[in-house]
Ligand binder design. Sequence first.
Ligand code: CP
Ligand code: NVA
Length: 312
Amino acid sequence: GVNLKGKSFLTLLDFTTDEIRYLLDIARQVKVEKRAGTPTSRFAGRTLAIVFEKRSTRTRTAFETSFGEEGGHAVFLSKDDIHLGVKEDLKDTARVLGRMFDAIAFRGFKQETVEVLAQWSGVPVYNGLTDLYHPTQILADFMTIEESLGSLKGRKLVFVGDSRNNMANSLMIGSAKMGLHFVACGPERLHTDPAIVSKCKEIAKQSGATVEVTEDVDSALKDADAVYTDVWASMGEEDKLQERIALLKPYQVNAEMMKKTGKAETIFLHCLPAVKGNEVTEDVFESPASRVFEEAENRKHTIKAVMIATLL
Ligand code: CP
Ligand code: NVA
């Protein structure tokens, strides 16, 4: 059986298909409990540090509320509250937090930071987004696909837009692990790092997944079961927005783009926050195909699942 106790959640590359399945199954179960109002106190007497260098609406509140609802005490620490990378070595901060807390959730710039925290704190560390990856988001996305379409394996998931960002990277890895047909569609200058693509193609051989990166919107969208997009300028690259708008205009997810799937039941996903009028139009965002708020809610259940699996 699967046992993730004591393990950190830094990238989906560190998890097997069975382990991801296990996390999704726990998430489904805790969602049912939450909806039924079943009282649970799995994290009673435990503490969680939420250390964030970047802004967050969903990720922070998912960690904070899911931990608190189960009787745990979460402490939010922005980069302005603690000595994070200033006046103190990160590995020293990590060792102190490891003595104060049972787990640490981190959001920030470098993937290396979350790795150092995991290496030195001695407690499970959760990656709540870095420039490179956003692994907890993928669990919510996949939970939403399963709820909407009934299955993951064999489904065609198309990411349209800035295919080099953290979301594209993590969706590609998750898809490779879980047997989806993943296409990253965007301008060549923003194509996914070839090192990540080749790693995913290797993983895909075992799961039956396929991985593709293309500029061609028509072939990418054809038969898509889910169309996914994300902001054109991620946190930390706001200065690139004008350049991105010029590059990504043909990749806006609008009604015409959704029609290219040739399927009536294709769903629309977005990790949020969304800039309507850029990567997605208001009408697609508000359409019956859109599952973005189910997806946002599922952040909470899937993040709780990660903490249950690694702490209990
Ligand atoms: N999707 C997501 O991570 O949202 P936040 O930036 O609001 O946490
Ligand atoms: N790619 C976006 C995702 C936000 C959840 C960013 O990094 O800002």
